[in-house]
Each structure stands twice: as C-alpha cells, then as structure tokens.
Design a protein around this ligand. Structure first.
Ligand code: MN
Length: 181
C-alpha cells in the first residue's frame, strides 16, 4: 500500500491537482479543505507526509506547521509547504516554522512529485537511523550482559569472546528492517 499524504489546501482546483498527482504516483492522498480541521485530521490519518498550503482563510499554513511541530504525535511527520509567495523572506519563515520542504506555486508537476519523494525518503532514512541507534544500543547492552551474568561464576575470560559475536548479530538484525524502498 502506498504511503499516506495529507493535503491541506483551501483552493479546490489545487486540492484536486495535488491529490490526483499523488494518487497517480501510488500515494494515498487525503484532502483537507479547511485548515481548522488540519491538526485533528492529521492525528487521525497519521500521514507519512503533509502537503501544506500557506495562504488559507481562518488559519494560515504557517501557524498549522507550528502547531504540528509542537504536537508530539505529529512532530516527526515531514511537512512540504506550498505557497504562491516566492519571496526569500517567506521561504525562511516557512522553514523557521518547521517545514522540511517548500514548493512554490504554480507548481511544476515534476518538482512537486520529486520533492514529495525526497522528503519521504529522508524521513524514512531518519527513522531507520533512529531505530538502529535505539535498538542497537538497548539490544547490544542486554545481549552482552545476559551471557556474562549467567556465566559469572564459571569465568570472565569466556564472556569476552561471546561479546565479540554481538556486532555480527546486530548487523543481521538491521538488514530486514531496511524495507523502506
Ligand atoms: Mn490557499
């Protein structure tokens, strides 16, 4: 199943364009027309990426980006801002708010899809690294401790040899996790 992308956009034509484009590339796209619903809908949909319009009535995309980045459940979800403003200061404000990517309107279809893919790839890589670091650290420590504790009375010399086998085991464990392509 394709990765999930939440599209927050008040303009009906753009919303349809973005969703059609994403679906044509195998993604599961969920449309949000009213920015006021965006955070709640994102929590429920648990997207892999959020495409965020900046100019919207009621609540700006900038504020929504800040809210999502302040939400512990949504913080790690990459956000790609889409805006008609091409001024340099606006891009900085968007990035300062926490958006990982930025595409200006009118969008280039190719650039839009490439930016989406790049952000998803970067997020998957980041998640894999974090899993490896967290998993490797904990598993490594407990694997090394258990044999030593159980062998404690027999001798310390043999425990060291078992410890050397651990990195190999961990490398094998890391392999199957890499199914992000
Ligand atoms: Mn808009």
């Amino acid at each position: 199943m394709g990765q999930k992308i939440l599209v927050v956009e008040d303009n009906e034509l753009n919303l349809k364009l973005f969703c059609d484009l994403l679906r044509a590339h195998g993604y599961e796209a969920e449309a949000v027309r009213d920015g006021r619903e965006a955070v709640e809908r994102a929590r429920a949909f648990a997207p892999d990426l959020v495409v965020m319009d900046i100019q919207m009535p009621h609540v700006s995309g900038l504020e929504l980006i800040e809210r999502m980045k302040a939400d512990s459940g949504l913080r790690a979800t990459p956000i790609m801002a889409v805006t008609a403003y091409a001024a340099k200061g606006d891009e900085e404000r968007i990035r300062d708010a926490g958006a990982e990517g930025y595409v200006s309107k009118p969008i280039s279809v190719l650039r839009f899809v490439e930016a989406v893919r790049a952000l998803l790839d970067a997020a998957a890589e980041r998640a894999a690294t974090e899993r490896e670091e967290a998993g490797g650290g904990e598993a490594g420590a407990s694997e090394r401790q258990f044999p030593r504790e159980s062998r404690g009375p027999d001798g310390n010399g043999e425990g060291a040899e078992e410890g050397k086998a651990d990195p190999g085991l961990r490398r094998d464990d890391a392999g199957p996790k890499d199914d992000t392509s």
